[in-house]
Write a protein that binds this ligand. Structure first.
Ligand SMILES: [Zn+2]
Length: 269
């Protein structure tokens, strides 16, 4: 027989009423202890299932590309951090390289180096890329791939973004590899365009992207620009970047290494 047929619970301390009310009260208390659920969902990027190359394959490919070794220029530790495996609520968040973001430095390469090597205690001043390609095509390495470079603040790739703190805006830094091109001298200001990048910069950038794809299994459809992932509506780099020139250099590099799996023409996964 159902409880309702025995009449309403009138006296709170009656054993039958306690049996009803106590679990309700405990439930309410438990609800108070629990953190309020955040108003955002986790967004992840699907595994594209692309091949990941061994160290031997990666160095063979670099040799075929006749790529000079990257030059170590470590950034000050305040300007980069750890890729975070969990958010503050203990939920797992994506934290391995899954996409490549292209930038331009605006500053000269030497001035960029000074900026990244300067200690920046305030969050808003901290900045870095993993690699900068200078005008002659040299690759300057500021941050190891395994670390989190601070290249894009408020940002998302489609809907995918990672929030480390419930109060923070999302950023793709946790899953991004940041590559910057040194800006030509006529692009130091805030103009809409400049004279663009050198053939050697396109070659070195394409080679670096290909090696990252081989190491982490990243499709070409996840190579993007800061302008495309920015959600602060204040970033528009790399200005005067020509995808057709990058793509020509990329196709040549991919053919040299025989790595055709990463550019299959798909727009998304
Ligand atoms: Zn940028």
């Amino acid at each position: 027989m159902g409880q309702r047929s025995r009449g309403p619970c009138r006296m709170p301390l009656q054993p039958r009423c306690l049996a009803i009310l106590l679990p309700m009260a405990l439930g309410l208390l438990a609800g108070c202890r629990r953190e309020a659920p955040p108003g955002w969902r986790q967004h992840d990027l699907a595994d594209p299932g692309l091949p990941r190359r061994s160290e031997a394959e990666l160095s063979r490919c670099a040799g075929r590309l006749r790529l000079p070794a990257e030059e170590a220029r470590p950034a000050h530790p305040s300007n980069f951090g750890e890729r975070q495996p969990r958010d503050v609520l203990g939920r797992r968040v994506p934290h391995t390289p899954m996409l490549v973001v292209l930038h331009e430095s605006v500053l000269s390469a030497p001035a960029t180096l000074v900026l990244f090597r300067t200690a920046h205690p305030k969050d808003e001043d901290q900045v870095s890329y993993h690699v900068l390609v200078d005008r002659s095509g040299r690759r300057l390495r500021f941050v190891p791939d395994g670390q989190r470079a601070f290249g894009a603040g408020m940002s998302a790739f489609g809907d995918a973004t990672v929030r480390i703190r419930p109060t923070s805006v999302g950023s793709i830094n946790n899953v991004a590899l940041h590559l910057s091109l040194e800006t030509p001298a006529d692009g130091r200001g805030d103009g809409d365009a400049h004279s663009g990048y050198t053939p050697r910069q396109y070659e070195a950038a394409a080679a670096q992207v290909l090696l990252w794809q081989g190491r982490f299994g990243i499709p070409l459809s996840r190579v993007t620009t800061h302008a495309a992932v920015d959600r602060s509506h204040s970033r528009y780099d790399p200005r005067s970047f020509r995808w057709d020139r990058f793509r020509a250099a990329y196709d040549k590099a991919a053919a040299s290494c025989g790595w055709h799996a990463y550019a299959n023409g798909l727009a998304s996964w």
